[in-house]
Design a protein around this ligand. Structure first.
Ligand code: BDR
Ligand code: CA
Length: 361
């Protein structure tokens, strides 16, 4: 009976004479399958950013090359030390942390202290970080690493896209050297800061537009999915029960956040926006993604930051009637510019998150 490649073991593959020539390529293949995905994590910690950072740092499938901080949930003066605190708690001070943009490209900063607490970590006080950010700015670091490793690095952006857009403005040739960008942002069914816009895109719509229009392989994970993956009391208890510093810190941050949300909003859960996004790189079966053409609204008086997602060729507003004969309105060809998450397996996500954060080392 013929045996498929997938069915034969590595040993039998190496024994098989017909496979001898190909065997020389096997160690390389096996290595590349087993090797970690290289990422730069751009973030605005942020309580769910904290979960995302911990998940990334405790997942062997990912090699976090750098963490770059950006203003968003709270100003950079807090997101930067928060990022440093989180890498210290995770015992990963080997990872460079760089300071990014203090303000959006052209707008005033809007923060989300109402959701993340005044300090961005749910109001939980952690010691001042001892480690310092690297001397390079986020844009310098991103540009240098991408140029030195063309096609090798994925950017995972879970805050406003200011740093990434600034790097692309400074050097448009980076676009062809970034392996892909995985973004937490946008929504297929309405926003969380306005009826139209999701927070990360609302804070810096111009930056989001630059990233979406850059022609870089893009995957977005938006509120339509992340709002359905909420952490509740039962998961927080699991975090609190494990004794390692990461699980303890994550438990404190989420406990404080859930307590405040219950007090102030009478709700019992918090969307795991950023860690669900990171999880997509660790286990691609958690999210289902579909092709879309996404544009970011930047001029709308009421809709700035809205992600307008087409599952067919885009169409703009109908032309004004100028009395001339109508022009051809035939539908154009559908050319997707990104993969958009449309479904999530929340149970599978929480099994991953909790197992990684509660593991003893
Ligand atoms: C996004 O906005 C922030 O408040 C969260 O950290 C997440 O990145 C959700 O809209
Ligand atoms: Ca975030």
């Amino acid at each position: 009976m013929p045996v498929s490649f997938m069915e034969i073991s590595r040993r039998s593959f190496l024994r098989c004479t017909a496979c001898t020539a190909a065997a020389t390529t096997l160690p390389k293949l096996a290595l590349s399958v087993a090797s970690s995905k290289r990422i730069i994590l751009d973030t605005d910690p942020g309580v769910d950013d904290a979960m995302a950072i911990f998940l990334a740092l405790r997942s062997p499938e990912l090699k976090v090359e750098a963490i770059t901080a950006v203003s968003g949930n709270v100003p950079l003066s807090l997101t930067l030390p928060n990022a440093l605190r989180l890498v210290e708690i995770a015992g990963r001070t080997d990872i460079p942390v760089a300071a990014g943009a203090a303000t959006p490209l052209v707008r005033r900063l809007v923060t989300a202290k109402y959701a993340h607490g005044n300090n961005g970590l749910g109001g939980v006080e952690f010691p001042e970080p001892k480690t310092k950010p690297v001397a390079e700015t986020a844009v310098e670091l991103i540009s240098r690493m991408i140029r030195a490793n063309p096609g090798e690095i994925t950017i995972v952006a879970v805050g406003p896209l200011t740093n990434i857009a600034t790097a692309l403005i400074a050097d448009p040739s980076l676009a062809s050297k970034i392996q892909s960008i995985l973004v937490m942002g946008g929504s297929l069914n309405g926003g969380n800061i306005t009826p139209a816009a999701e927070f990360n895109f609302y804070v810096d719509p111009e930056a989001a537009r630059i990233v979406f229009d850059a022609g870089i392989p893009l995957t977005t994970v938006g509120l339509n999915v992340t709002n359905r993956v909420q952490i509740h009391e039962e998961q927080v208890r699991v975090l609190e029960a494990a004794k390692n510093p990461v699980s303890q810190a994550a438990g404190k941050i989420m406990r404080a956040t859930l307590d405040r949300f219950l007090r102030e909003r009478q709700v019992t859960g918090f969307g795991m926006h950023d860690p669900v996004t990171v999880a997509h790189l660790i286990d691609p079966t958690i999210l289902t993604v579909r092709d879309y053409y996404v544009q970011i609204e930047t001029t709308g008086e009421l809709t700035a930051g809205e992600s307008v997602a087409y599952s067919r060729a885009p169409r703009s507003s109908p032309p004004m009637n100028n009395g001339l004969p109508p022009s051809d309105t035939a539908e154009a060809e559908f050319k997707p510019n990104c993969k958009v998450a449309v479904e999530a397996d929340a149970d599978k996500f929480f099994r991953l998150l909790l197992s990684r954060l509660t593991a003893s080392s």
